[in-house]
Design a protein around this ligand. Structure first.
Ligand SMILES: Nc1ncnc2c1ncn2[C@@H]1O[C@H](COP(=O)(O)OP(=O)(O)OP(=O)(O)O)[C@@H](O)[C@H]1O
Ligand SMILES: [Mg+2]
Length: 229
């Protein structure tokens, strides 16, 4: 009897965990962090703050499948993502992970709409018109990417990532170019998305106020993640 209960709780646990980082360590010229452990659950948002150069982007790159850590592992969907084949890792990155970079990679020379179409082709989802209205970019959708302002491009790249319907959003200062109100709208859109889709988000930001709106907040400091919330 007690064994059954034990098993059940294990299963529930497994189903709520989206991503698990175990004993991560990394360094370039100097040691950035060591023995970092982190769990992301469904519907949960985690913010990571810390001074410039502390290694936030490096940590996010490792968590989001872009950079193998020097030590430790990342578990997603019962797989250790740097131990599986390149092809499987690419599939996870393409289908399950939504990565929002500070420098956004839109296809220049194409319209805003073309850039969204590409995401729908990859994922089989439709462009969510409501999302475009929420992000206040529906009226620039037929313009070329080169004609959009920096903030409009940033919101377009966020719309493109959400169109993919990712299970996890990794965002590196996604509101860096935006005024306060627009930044709040973007954050509200991201929070709403993860709650509605059973997804999770790991956000790197310099803005404490936006960080504190996340379920958990960590500061990368002295090689470790310090829990602030
Ligand atoms: N590919 C790389 N090769 C060598 N060194 C790197 C590489 N990427 C990052 N670094 C170094 O690692 C350190 C941490 O960089 P990282 O970009 O992770 O910091 P950050 O906390 O995101 O800073 P910021 O807040 O300025 O974005 C820096 O000293 C940086 O020069
Ligand atoms: Mg950075």
């Amino acid at each position: 009897m007690s064994e059954t209960i034990k098993e059940e709780s294990l299963i529930t646990n497994d189903e709520t965990i989206l991503l698990e980082a175990k004993a991560l360590s990394h360094e370039f010229d100097y040691k950035l962090f060591e023995n970092i452990n982190l769990i992301l659950e469904k519907k949960q948002s985690i913010a990571i703050i810390g001074v410039s150069g502390s290694g936030k982007s490096t940590l996010l790159n490792i968590l989001s499948s872009l950079l193998a850590p020097k030590d430790g592992e990342i578990l997603f969907d019962k797989q250790s993502i740097y131990k599986i084949s390149k092809k499987n890792l690419l599939n996870i990155r393409r289908e399950d992970f939504g990565i929002i970079f500070q420098a956004h990679y839109l296809f220049r020379g194409f319209s805003a709409n073309d850039n969204l179409e590409i995401a729908t082709l990859l994922s089989g989802n439709n462009i969510d018109k409501e999302l475009l209205v929420k992000l206040n970019i529906e009226y620039v959708i037929n313009q070329g990417v080169g004609e959009l302002s920096g903030g409009q491009q940033q919101r377009l790249s966020i719309a493109r990532v959400l169109t993919k319907k990712p299970k996890i959003i990794f965002a590196d200062e996604p509101t860096g170019n935006l005024d306060k109100d627009t930044a709040q709208t973007v954050m509200d859109t991201l929070h709403e998305y993860i709650k509605k889709n059973d997804s999770g988000m790991i956000l790197v930001t310099h803005e404490n106020e936006l960080a504190m709106q996340c379920d958990k907040v960590y500061k990368l400091e002295n090689l470790h993640l310090k829990e602030l919330k």
